[in-house]
Each structure stands twice: as structure tokens, then as C-alpha cells.
Design a protein. Structure first.
Length: 351
């Protein structure tokens, strides 16, 4: 049934006349919004709500009690961000369907309570390790126990949200870090990028027609040091892959634009796994690590055009094997009829 758009306009007008406003989905608070697990969708193996990337958690800590969790955050309920086996078990049991809340608060802190009337906010709960395995975050699934401990200890929600921002239409509320720059930074940055002919010094993409996608990076992280030897022109994709740049978001449209220009300029040639990681969307690194371990001699193509308007995120054209995040059902069937074997990101990571 087609919805009459005039009805929507009338509804908005009525709301305005009543002095109210249509409620906007707010996932940034520590308490989050109450959700049913059945309302949470999967995108590339990650949890999604209304096309926002989310983490889900159980605020009720009556089992351990809030005081115990405040003393040792590892005692708290783990939060989830992927379609892991733990959530599968929760859904199957039906016991926890109405106990979850969802948010995408980048500080990774949560508001919890117990049945003794205790409440606490700013609680840094621990992430679910099965979730880390499921998306193979930084190679977690195949890592040694020492390496897993390092990944777990350094894990942050803000890094998670920024890594996978290219898969979701709605951006999390991460504010860019603007403090610390000199007053003349904008002029210095523009002059430096102009000197570099608006070309990324890492992947070589020329962004003269998309200058806002080229940044000036401080190599030693000192924003006061604007000497040329400390500066580097980087596209936003290469910039966010630099150490300690987990606050940087890149939209699906920006990632698409950069890859389109790389493709047009003949820059998507991969001759090593190192170049695959350098050119691939950071959100694909978990999949690449899985394939590097299992098929080290078989280098992938990234952002591979198959037919007009259809681009696979990762592909092995000679084998007609492709991996995608989001293509239409019609496109998928067309490729399969042409002999392609296709998998979603989530399906790959479940193998």
C-alpha cells in the first residue's frame, strides 16, 4: 500500500501546532534505548538498528550487583556489537529478549542498575570476545593468547564505530578533534596540500576535484609542529588508518568517491597483502586477514567492478569469487547466473 505523503506533512504540521516535535532517534546516551533482539539487524555481521551501527547491553546487573561491577568492571555483563554465538543463544532461549538496550555512544561507557536500588553511570563494561572473533577484529579470531589480550585491552567503542562507519548511512556522534591546532592551521594546510598538488602521499589518489577529502597529517602527532618535514598529505581513508586516529569517520559516499577516483586513476593494483590492506576499506581488514591466513598466495582485488553499477568489495576474478557488503537481490542473482560465487562479509567470517 502506498503511503500518502500528504499525511506525513499534515502530521508534522499538527505536531508543530501542539508545540512538540517528532522524536529523533537518540542512541548517544549511556542508557541507550530499549530494544528487542528481534529488532536488531545484521550488516556485514555487525549489529544495526535503523541503519545505525549499535552495541547492545543488559543494564540490569542484579546478579552481580552494581557495587561489585564498580570495583571490577570485568564482573559486568559484556556488551555486544556483532552477530556472535552468545546472542544466538540468547535469542534461542528467549529469556533476554526484552532486557537489552542499544546505543552508539563513542565513549564506551554505560548506565547500569540492580535490584537493590543501586545505579551507576560511566561504567566501562567489557566487550564480548565472541563478537571480536565473529568479525575477526584486528585478526582476533586467529591471534595468539598474548595478541588477543593486547587487542582486548586496547579495544574501544570509538575505534569500532569509526572503523565500520563506511557501512552505515547514519553516523555516530563522534566529534572531530579540533583542539590544539595553531590559529593559522587552515592556511598552512591548504598551502601544503596545494604544494602536493592535492595528491595523497600514501595511495597517490589525486583529489584536486574533491579537495575536502585530502587532509594534512601531523606525522609526530604534535599539532603545533607545522614544519614541512612533520606534515603529510593524506586522503581521509589513508589518514584514518594512521595510529591514534580512531576518532575519524568516513561516510559510505566519501569512501565510494575515493575508490572511484582510485579506479579511474589506475591505483587499485594489488601486488602484495600489504597493498591490499593499504587500499581496502579498513572495515574489510577482518575478512582480508582471514583470507591471508588461509590463502596467502591468492591476492584479492578490492572495489572490483563486475558489471555496470555492480562493484564487489573483495573479489578473486579468475575464480569468480566475490564478497559484498550491500548489493541488491537482483544484482546478486545476475552475478550468480554469470557464474559468480558470492558471500556476504558475515558469511565469510562465520566460516
Amino acid at each position: 500500500m502506498k503511503i500518502d505523503t500528504a499525511f506525513i506533512v499534515d502530521l508534522q504540521a499538527c505536531v508543530t501546532r501542539m508545540g512538540a516535535a517528532l522524536q529523533k532517534l537518540d542512541l548517544t546516551s549511556q542508557s541507550g534505548i530499549k530494544v528487542k533482539l528481534s529488532d536488531i539487524k545484521s550488516k556485514g555481521g555487525l549489529l544495526s538498528y535503523d541503519d545505525h551501527q549499535v552495541v547492545v547491553f543488559i543494564p540490569d546487573h542484579s546478579y552481580k550487583g552494581v557495587p561489585a561491577v564498580e570495583k571490577n568492571h570485568a564482573q559486568g555483563n559484556k556488551y555486544h556489537f556483532a552477530e556472535c554465538i552468545t546472542l544466538d543463544d540468547m535469542r534461542a532461549s528467549g529469556k533476554y529478549e526484552h532486557r537489552y538496550s542499544a546505543n552508539n555512544n563513542p565513549d564506551g561507557h554505560f548506565r547500569i542498575f540492580d535490584n537493590q536500588g543501586n545505579n551507576a553511570k560511566n561504567i566501562a563494561l567489557m566487550p564480548c570476545q565472541n563478537c571480536l572473533k565473529h568479525i575477526n577484529y584486528q585478526g582476533f579470531a586467529d591471534a595468539s593468547s598474548t595478541e588477543r589480550h593486547r587487542i582486548l585491552s586496547q579495544f574501544s567503542v570509538i575505534d569500532l564505530l569509526s572503523t565500520y562507519s563506511t557501512w552505515f548511512k547514519n553516523m555516530p556522534g563522534i566529534r572531530p578533534k579540533t583542539a590544539g591546532y595553531t590559529a593559522d592551521w587552515q592556511d598552512i594546510s591548504l598551502a601544503f596540500r596545494r604544494k602536493k598538488k592535492f595528491t595523497c602521499e600514501c595511495c597517490d589518489v589525486n583529489l584536486n576535484d574533491q579537495r575536502h577529502l585530502l587532509h594534512t597529517h601531523h606525522i609526530n602527532s604534535d599539532k603545533q609542529n607545522n614544519y614541512e618535514h612533520n606534515l603529510k598529505a593524506l586522503c581521509i581513508d589513508c589518514h584514518r588508518k594512521e595510529h591514534r586516529h580512531d576518532h575519524m569517520l568516513i561516510t559510505p559516499e566519501q569512501m565510494h568517491t575515493i575508490n572511484q577516483l582510485r579506479m579511474q586513476q589506475g591505483l587499485l593494483k594489488i601486488d602484495s597483502w600489504q597493498s591490499a590492506y593499504r587500499l581496502a576499506d579498513e572495515a574489510l581488514h577482518g575478512v582480508l586477514k582471514r583470507y591471508e591466513r588461509r590463502q596467502p598466495q591468492s591476492l584479492p582485488h578490492v572495489y572490483h567492478p563486475v558489471t555496470s553499477g555492480v562493484i564487489l568489495d573483495v573479489a578473486w576474478p579468475s575464480q569468480k569469487v566475490g564478497i559484498y557488503v550491500d548489493i541488491s537481490e537482483r544484482q546478486r542473482k545476475t552475478l550468480q547466473q554469470a557464474g559468480w560465487s558470492l558471500m556476504t562479509i558475515g558469511q565469510v567470517l562465520e566460516i
